[in-house]
Design a protein around this ligand. Structure first.
Ligand SMILES: [Zn+2]
Length: 194
């Protein structure tokens, strides 16, 4: 399991990315990433909370650039979307299918959206804000899923405890063992090349 906000992971596979979120994005950072071509780009995406800082059209233009570059260079993207589902889907639709190279982190959308993303080959990452009773529907709609804690602290023990809770909650919601759940998540993560 990987936390996409602070790149903190409890496993040996560490995913390091640099934020391209609207509020942190700079042309310099983007140019540097294009030179370095890291295996993963992001987080990147649309966030309605920052419209006064970066207008929606500019946010969409940046995301379009990032997805174009990722697609042309075989890179993975961690996608961030806050109150921007229809706009995010609109941009994604220009580039799909993704063959599991894009992960929508902190997904809290509907089963319908999850199903559209499945057809696009986009992985969803289900965080603690998704109510337990909704998890099963989401996974049925998009079996390409992983789990996340959204933990932003820096205590390893606290993080590990949270991971246990996340697995426990989701395995109950899905009616499967934690071992099976872990296998499913690892399979998806492997597809995302973590
Ligand atoms: Zn995010």
């Amino acid at each position: 399991m990987t936390d996409f906000h602070n790149h903190f992971t409890s496993t040996s596979s560490i995913l390091c990315t640099s934020s391209l979120l609207p509020q942190y994005y700079t042309e310099e950072k983007w140019e540097e990433m294009k030179r370095e071509k890291p295996h993963h780009l992001g987080e990147a995406g649309l966030d309605k909370r920052y419209l006064s800082l970066v207008p929606l059209e500019e946010q969409k233009r940046r995301l379009t650039d990032i997805l174009t570059f990722a697609k042309n260079n075989g890179l993975c993207v961690t996608l961030h979307s806050v109150r921007s589902t229809s706009h995010t889907l609109e941009v994604l639709s220009l580039f799909q299918p993704f063959e599991r190279t894009v992960i929508w982190h902190g997904f809290t959308g509907s089963s319908e959206t999850a199903s559209i993303l499945y057809k696009m080959g986009v992985i969803i990452s289900i965080g603690p804000r998704v109510p337990e009773e909704k998890i099963k529907n989401l996974v049925q709609a998009n079996p390409l899923f992983v789990l996340e804690t959204d933990y932003d602290g820096n205590s390893i023990s606290e993080h590990e405890q949270l991971i246990k809770e996340v697995y426990n909650r989701a395995s109950k919601a899905l009616g499967i063992t934690e071992e099976r759940l872990e296998e499913m998540c690892l399979e998806t993560a492997a597809a995302f090349k973590i």
